[in-house]
Design a protein around this ligand. Sequence first.
Ligand SMILES: Cc1cc2nc3c(=O)[nH]c(=O)nc-3n(C[C@H](O)[C@H](O)[C@H](O)COP(=O)(O)O)c2cc1C
Length: 323
Amino acid sequence: MFESMIAKYYCRIHESLAQDIHGLHFYNPIGLASGFDKNAEIVRPLASLGFGYLELGSVTQMPQEGNEKPRMFRHVEEESLQNAMGFNNIGARGMLAHLKEVYPFCIPLGINIGKNKNIVQGDSLKNYELSLDTLKDYGDYFAFNLSSPNTPGLRDLQNESFVADLINMAKGVTNKPIFIKISPDMEIDSMLTVCDSAIKHGVSGIIATNTSIDYTLVSHPAKRNEQCFGGISGKALTSRSREILKILGQNFHKKTTLISVGGICDSNEVYERIKLGANLVQILSSMVYEGPTIIARMSNELAEKLKADGFNHINDAIGVAVQ
Ligand SMILES: Cc1cc2nc3c(=O)[nH]c(=O)nc-3n(C[C@H](O)[C@H](O)[C@H](O)COP(=O)(O)O)c2cc1C
């Protein structure tokens, strides 16, 4: 009841923002990035804020506690966060119980799958497979997280051969869209090779990017035992994430779906990402700093900006700045 009152206020339909992608209807392109609702606990309240879709998780096959606290820090002046959560979550079966209460849902629900910390690297594929198999009927798309800096060895899975195995495995389990989520810290050549491999094997799209371990992005990074740790998100990540999208747009615009995430703090940045080739965007840190009204504001202003620039529909603007 309370949620529907909020939704009436925040969920404005702008026909110019609606897209059908991989058989899913997105009434606007602004999604929640994974990490905010790791266990699918607050799906209805989040949707009432005006998101076009939600990416839930990361979930792992078995429940796990995550890293020791403190594991989340604010860099207020830089409107940025540093987190080392480490996939604290209730596990795929726990999430499934929550999803059964809401699924199918009024907006697309993506499920972001991570890997348990305590398994040997050689069992990674099986670990992803078991989670996907548990959740396959209760999500609209699935994203494999290969890029959290907080699970040792996870980023090593961003290689051509693992990505090929992962997509092949996923295609054997479900016909639903499959995405991979990549790091902002890869060498550009390796990033392109991994994305190429994913596309060749039938991935639906690339989500870029996760948090960064470049601690020069903030002036006073948090340390444990004298070592910087965790990943940086928010405004400090804006230009890096935008640069990566630019390169992905140059190489893969129209070849795959691009979802841009990282330091998207206002409607100007949403619009920039769309023009650089993003079909959809996601936010997390800017919601922490700006509050929950940011989603409706971003989508209302995006609709106005498109109109002011003479675009009848978002599809006409996607990729116009790809060079
Ligand atoms: C507290 C926190 C937890 C996160 N947890 C996850 C996660 O579980 N899985 C994942 O793929 N990304 C996770 N992320 C990364 C975000 O999804 C996103 O890629 C990153 O924060 C950049 O976007 P932003 O600048 O809008 O926050 C997390 C980020 C934060 C700040």
